[in-house]
Design a protein around this ligand. Structure first.
Ligand code: FES
Length: 119
């Protein structure tokens, strides 16, 4: 579920970014998502969803509801958010509310706000 009211289904075996990408809610190319505020990725690959990502910090999303319905934060994800996401998103980054879409698995209903901007 998104802050804008949209909903999509996520496979709990794959990172959240897979569902976002399949539904046009995330991209590795800012120009392909029409300048809208979306989630982007850089180090993750949608062709190797469970074997990639977790190092650039650019796929951050704000979890508005349902943080407990996400997989546990790994040390790698925590470190990337603390070092890279914080620098990249500045004051929009809130460590207690953010997750990396390329790392977090969705296990229940969550409501997110994409943090990235496409411009
Ligand atoms: S795409 Fe790089 S950390 Fe998620």
């Amino acid at each position: 579920m998104f802050a804008d009211g949209g909903t999509i289904a996520a496979n709990p075996e794959l990172p959240m970014a897979s569902a976002l990408a399949e539904n046009g809610r995330a991209s590795s190319d800012a120009d392909s998502i029409d300048g809208a505020c979306q989630t982007q990725w850089e180090c993750w690959s949608d062709t190797e969803p469970t074997e990639s990502g977790g190092t650039c910090g650019k796929c951050c999303v704000v979890v508005l509801e349902g943080m407990a319905s996400l997989s546990e934060v790994t040390t790698k994800e925590k470190n990337t958010m603390a070092k890279k996401s914080k620098k990249y998103f500045g004051s929009r980054f809130d460590e207690g509310k953010c997750r990396l879409a390329c790392q977090a698995r969705v296990k229940g209903v969550v409501k997110i706000q994409p943090l990235g901007k496409a411009e």
